[in-house]
Ligand binder design. Sequence first.
Ligand SMILES: *[C@@H]1O[C@H](CO)[C@@H](O)[C@H](O)[C@H]1NC(C)=O
Ligand SMILES: *[C@@H]1O[C@H](CO)[C@@H](O)[C@H](O)[C@H]1NC(C)=O
Ligand SMILES: *[C@@H]1O[C@H](CO)[C@@H](O)[C@H](O)[C@H]1NC(C)=O
Ligand SMILES: *[C@@H]1O[C@H](CO)[C@@H](O)[C@H](O)[C@H]1NC(C)=O
Ligand SMILES: *[C@@H]1O[C@H](CO)[C@@H](O)[C@H](O)[C@H]1NC(C)=O
Ligand SMILES: *[C@@H]1O[C@H](CO)[C@@H](O)[C@H](O)[C@H]1NC(C)=O
Ligand SMILES: *[C@@H]1O[C@H](CO)[C@@H](O)[C@H](O)[C@H]1NC(C)=O
Ligand SMILES: [Zn+2]
Ligand SMILES: [Zn+2]
Length: 817
Amino acid sequence: MEVRRDPRSFLFFIILLLLINSPEPQTTTYNARARYEELIEREYYQLDLLNRTSYGDFDAKKDKWLNVTGLRDEDGFAWELLDPVRQRAKEQSERVLGDRWRSIIDGTLEDEGHDIPVYKNLSGYVQGEWVRSPLSRVQHPSDMGNSSMIPDNPFAHLVDFDRNLTGMGGPLRLHFTELEDKMRRNNNKTVSEISAKVVIGDDDSFGGNWWEFVAHGVHFPNSGTTVLTTTSDRYAGIFALPHLQTSEHLYSSSQKFLNWTIHEAIQRQESRVFPLWNPWTSSAEGNNEGLFQGHHCEFVLYLQEFPSQHSVDMEWLEHELRYPTGAPVTQHAQFSMSMVGFSPDCGFVIESKGPPGFPPSEAIHLVGSKAEDYNNRARHSIIAFSVALAFQLWFLIKQMKETATPSMRSRVSFYTIAMMALGDGFTFLILIFMYLFLTTSQLALYSIAFMALFSVLTHLRFLMDIWSVQAAERARLDRQQASPAPAPTPQPAASNPTPASSDNDEGLPLPATAPRPRPPTPIIIAPDQDDPSEDMTPTPGNNTTTTTNTNPRAELGALYSRFCLLLIVVFFITIQFATARAAYRSIYFNTISFLYLSFWVPQIYRNVMRNCRKALRWDYVAGTSVVRLAPVAYFYLKEDNVLFAKTDWTGFAVLVGWVWVQLLALVSQEVLGPRFFVKEGWAPPAYDYHPILREDEEGATMPLHVTTSTSPGSPSTTALDASSSSAEESTKSSAESKNKGRKVFDCSICAQDIEVPVIPAGAEEASVAGMGSTSMILQRRQYMVTPCRHVFHTACLEGWMRYRLMCPNCRESLPPL
Ligand SMILES: *[C@@H]1O[C@H](CO)[C@@H](O)[C@H](O)[C@H]1NC(C)=O
Ligand SMILES: *[C@@H]1O[C@H](CO)[C@@H](O)[C@H](O)[C@H]1NC(C)=O
Ligand SMILES: *[C@@H]1O[C@H](CO)[C@@H](O)[C@H](O)[C@H]1NC(C)=O
Ligand SMILES: *[C@@H]1O[C@H](CO)[C@@H](O)[C@H](O)[C@H]1NC(C)=O
Ligand SMILES: *[C@@H]1O[C@H](CO)[C@@H](O)[C@H](O)[C@H]1NC(C)=O
Ligand SMILES: *[C@@H]1O[C@H](CO)[C@@H](O)[C@H](O)[C@H]1NC(C)=O
Ligand SMILES: *[C@@H]1O[C@H](CO)[C@@H](O)[C@H](O)[C@H]1NC(C)=O
Ligand SMILES: [Zn+2]
Ligand SMILES: [Zn+2]
């Protein structure tokens, strides 16, 4: 088989993936430059209009229109909604602020000098639910004018708009950005520039569709009132913003403010080398919107922050939050808002869900936390995650120390470790890209990403060890499959005269891994069948060793590139699904979590196939399960987790149940035998170290009592005193107690007695009391019988086999455990 891969093709694939995922470049043609100048000119015209107009100049009811895109009569927007919505916004502010609202409306608040305890800096997020207001009406694309339609597409006005909310409600989340250096405030800090990323979903849409867009606007820090609008080539929202305000005072202050900020924005736009088509774009990716883009519904949102119930000095509180000095913050004022919004073109009106329309027990408008709180939370979860990673590494390193010998390594499933490594690699990639979501605490992120990388490398190292041991084993299997019976030395018939009643228990010395028909099995004590790395004694003079080993390094290299490829593919698929409809997204992430948390399955499978157990330490198995479930639990169970994932208790219960089932399977394999839940014949035959011993006339199937002294020259090398074994064995036969179906043997490792239940000659297995019961199964776990028919304590031989796969008595090779 060809295993060498050209690494260049792999690199090419990555670059291809990157290209596919990158936004397409803007083509600036001469034509575009001319259009750009036209755009700037129009912006100046609209700014001038904003400068000139006064409150009330725009009123759809009185048929007063403005020559601003979207605010003209022929644009066909649903501007008659503006007044009722403004009324709702006023009611909302009045309900929240009470009497103080009056002084805000007419601008006397500053003069009177009483302060409303609201946060002055809205950086942070709020989330909740929206409901459709009865004020809504339905606008069809054909209702709207075609002044800014895509010219080449005559049917453009028939295509439904994006972000068209049709349901009765859905989730809503707003992320505010109010940065000190980027956003401007007027001198008296009464108006401030603000932008918000709006994430809005629609319950009625197919698969729970949701949209993400950016709205820009003004924030009045004294009252906590914010008005946001989207801006596009069909709707110059930011220029119209003063006309959307609820009072004349707010109109004039925002007009002055916007006159200044818009002017600066246009100037910056002019001085750019590459055209920036829309500085107030609503596209969430922040990329440069072209002149003509797909149609989407525009939004105008009125937000009112709730004042703190306690009289706290909010400025001090905010300062303390941002630059903690350790002062006791007793009343942590909640960051919450209510919202009224509408779409001037699509005609729907939405409100945040909460009192008075809904009881407070059901919903309380939009609640969230300020950026500082969020960052704190993010930092804490990152630290918690790093602790989890550290534990994971600790367990792994302990396991690796234990799994230091080839015979131990051959028990561990390659794929179990590979799945964990894949999980860690995925975590690493996610953490590296996380700074896109979490703006701060980057240092912590990078250090933990480093830890994840270290974990990946440790796992890869472990994988390499396992691979090199198991490659030999695989080569042997391949060989056996290629030539099904490599000289199966015909066996003297005396060795298998046992009754055909029980097949798994009868055959004492079965070959370890040979996929041969069972009953007439030859006793294969073939050292040449064992791979050289398993027992460290080099087996000389075999044609097999020379033909194997098709360059494991090359195989390993191919494996690594496959690992990276799989990782990157999974990562890109995940990124695609992260922006998919809510239903698809949850299906995808549930599936991925389920697959990831199936990491014990390959180990269980390997145990079954090789009839082995004792692959992994129990603290490793338990610890790894818990530690790897913990991050999943955080996202499934924690209400306000850092990635805003929806909680799903049932989903998590299923995942925990699944891991629990796997653990149970592992435990029962340990206690009851690796194959107890597998039907006979499903798994390839393997040597059974715990057979039911039966006595027969010839004594052929009984363990050796007194034998011809085993290979005279060799015993000196073994750790035990093998020279005395023949003597002990002879005493053992005398110590044999035939009463009550038991025999006593001697374990040559610890030089103590083993009592072994034996079925008397001629008796059927079923007739002997308790032979099939669980206690019998457990009893059989106490001793082990080797293919060379030596009996040992289970603990003794298992300890021995961690280092050598050969019989301590006669140096025959042993099938792996
Ligand atoms: C409206 O503005 C455009 C430029 O944006 C201008 O060409 C047009 O003449 C104006 N219309 C009116 C009625 O002022
Ligand atoms: C705004 O209007 C004033 C007069 O009210 C005028 O002097 C000024 O140039 C205008 N500014 C802009 C940017 O058009
Ligand atoms: C919004 O969706 C409704 C219901 O599907 C549809 O009737 C209406 O035409 C859509 N509006 C726009 C502007 O696409
Ligand atoms: C679109 O523009 C054409 C002229 O270019 C006009 O005849 C037509 O009535 C317009 N359609 C709408 C829906 O305004
Ligand atoms: C508001 O708080 C955020 C987060 O601490 C900070 O980055 C931003 O500069 C603050 N904005 C103002 C205007 O103080
Ligand atoms: C700022 O406040 C002072 C009085 O406190 C007032 O005279 C001045 O006009 C205000 N400036 C702005 C831009 O509102
Ligand atoms: C708008 O800004 C210009 C200077 O850019 C200024 O002359 C004008 O008075 C401002 N208009 C208003 C209404 O503040
Ligand atoms: Zn022992
Ligand atoms: Zn032996």
